[in-house]
Design a binder for this molecule. Structure first.
Ligand code: URA
Length: 217
């Protein structure tokens, strides 16, 4: 078992590396890098694409209008923001919010892989095409596009880690498209909510078993 302090030391080191990163040209345009935030002992990670204007100003993920919508979507799955770790594939804002380029994704990817290895989530919710495709590739799967993949439960391995991945649309895409918002509401209130429920009840059962083992020692 990894101790909490070695986990947080590793995480602090990672955040320091992200903050000082100049591996790709995006560092020249950023105001603040956005490593991610949330509890390190969570079982659930939310992974977006890249910081936008508000995130770049604050150094925090999903704090603009898409973040407000994300909070609402999380509530449909009976989740609070404080219960999940939120980050992005790319940690610095691309100019004018353009898509991150493949070489930018590639140079930033070790940070995401390290975050996943530190947190060891059981469920990852990938928001948007870039996040979905990146995670599919990390899990050795072929991405068939969001229309086909959204709301699909993928069980697989990422490195040594067994996990469930659910890709869905990016909340920013839903801000001006009511049909996308409806799909997101459905994904969060059905598939995602059910997976969250399973994870939460499993956590309670593990805690109960540990307590019984302790009492029966
Ligand atoms: N869009 C993202 O993908 N991530 C953010 O943090 C904000 C907007």
């Amino acid at each position: 078992m990894v101790s909490t302090s070695s986990k947080s030391l590793r995480y602090e080191d990672l955040v320091r590396n992200i903050i000082n990163c100049n591996k790709c040209p995006l560092h020249k345009f950023r105001k603040k890098p956005v490593p991610g935030e949330g509890p390190l002992d969570t079982s659930i990670m939310i992974i977006g694409e890249a910081p936008g204007r508000y995130e770049d100003e604050m150094g925090r993920p999903f704090v603009g209008p898409a973040g407000k919508l994300l909070d609402y979507l999380l509530s449909l799955a009976e989740l609070k923001r404080e219960e999940v770790y939120i980050t992005n594939v790319v940690k610095c804002r691309p100019p004018r919010n353009r898509d991150p380029r493949p070489e930018e994704i590639e140079s930033c990817l070790p940070y995401l892989v390290e975050q996943i290895d530190i947190i060891k989530p059981r469920l990852i919710i990938a928001l948007g095409r870039i996040s979905g495709k990146t995670l599919y590739e990390l899990m050795g799967r072929k991405w068939r596009g969001m229309k086909a993949e959204h709301g699909v439960i993928i069980k697989g391995k990422l490195g040594d880690l067994d996990l469930t991945l659910i890709p869905t649309y990016h909340p920013a895409a839903a801000l001006y498209k009511p049909d996308i918002k409806k799909i997101l509401e459905k994904d969060f209130s059905t598939t995602i909510k059910e997976e969250v429920k399973k994870i939460k009840s499993n956590k309670v059962n593990v805690r109960r078993k540990n307590l019984l083992d302790f009492i029966n020692q």
